[in-house]
Write a protein that binds this ligand. Structure first.
Ligand code: 2HA
Ligand code: ZN
Length: 270
């Protein structure tokens, strides 16, 4: 058996989590990440026939039955993941239609999966239904996006249009826009279901007065989406209180979309 600490999927996740922390997106135990893995990827690193313990999930996700998931633990600090990944992270296999997470590695001090496991797994199922290559769900608390939800209209189209207008790259990076959910109680199946529903039409879902979810085929895609939206929100907060003399017009947004070979969300440009 190879040492899991040198597994590419683990080193890449640790590197990403440390960067998220360095960006100030994950204070204390804020944020969580989950990555779907194939049996082929994990078989060299863990004994698939020696599960450590079963963790009840409290929800069903039949589409993910049998899936392997590398996930951050509840209450764990992103700041510490790189120093003791086996304490902060876990590798589980979903069984019983998603009702059980069988722990194969990690959570070495008795920990458990993130409190946002329902939102993560329901989002994975929703994304796989529109993009079978999706593997990553990432949640964090970026300052400027969070601040923006206090002062901007939370209508998804209006919120997206403002972000698109803040940097020329935005419409190319997230042409489908961002979907915004009103404040809801976190850690529940209800916010999980609402997030998953929004994930069918966008890879970014803002939780008002809380944070954001980003998804992607790999960690770079999910991270890059959040990073770009967060930068746009930062620009917005720098200019929102000043007279706006210039902007990126809808005509220019169309030119950008054409140049990058993407289509802006239907009806979201005037
Ligand atoms: O504590 O970010 O949403 C982790 C979270 C909950
Ligand atoms: Zn959160």
């Amino acid at each position: 058996m190879k040492d899991i600490i040198s597994a590419p999927f683990l080193t890449e996740l640790i590197r990403t989590i440390s960067t998220m922390y360095a960006h100030g997106w994950d204070e204390r135990n804020g944020g969580n990440v989950s990555v779907l893995l194939n049996e082929d990827q994990v078989a060299d690193y863990v004994d698939l026939h020696a599960p450590i313990r079963d963790i009840p999930t409290g929800f069903e996700a039949p589409a993910l039955d049998g899936a392997y998931v590398l996930v951050t633990g509840t209450g764990k600090y992103f700041r510490n993941v790189q120093y003791d990944p086996a304490d902060s992270l876990g590798l589980v296999k979903l069984l019983d239609g998603g009702r059980t997470a069988q722990l194969l590695w990690g959570f070495s001090n008795g920990g458990s999966v993130t409190s946002e496991f329902p939102a993560h797994m329901m989002s994975h199922a929703a994304r796989l239904s529109v993009d079978p290559a999706n593997r990553v769900v990432m949640h964090c608390h970026p300052n400027h996006l969070l601040a923006m939800t206090y002062v901007h209209d939370l209508d998804s189209r209006a919120f997206t249009r403002t972000l698109w207008q803040m940097c020329s790259e935005c419409v190319a990076v997230f042409p489908e826009g961002v979907n915004v959910l009103p404040w809801m109680l976190c850690g529940t199946n209800e916010i999980g279901q609402a997030t998953a529903e929004q994930m069918k039409t966008a890879r970014l879902v803002v939780w008002a007065q809380h944070g954001i979810y980003g998804v992607g085929r790999d960690l770079d895609e999910a991270f890059g989406l959040i990073e770009t939206a967060e930068k746009a929100a930062e620009i917005y907060l720098k200019i929102a209180h000043l007279p706006r003399l210039n902007t990126i017009t809808d005509e220019q947004l169309r030119l950008l979309a054409d140049k990058f070979g993407v289509r802006a969300r239907e009806g979201w440009l005037d």
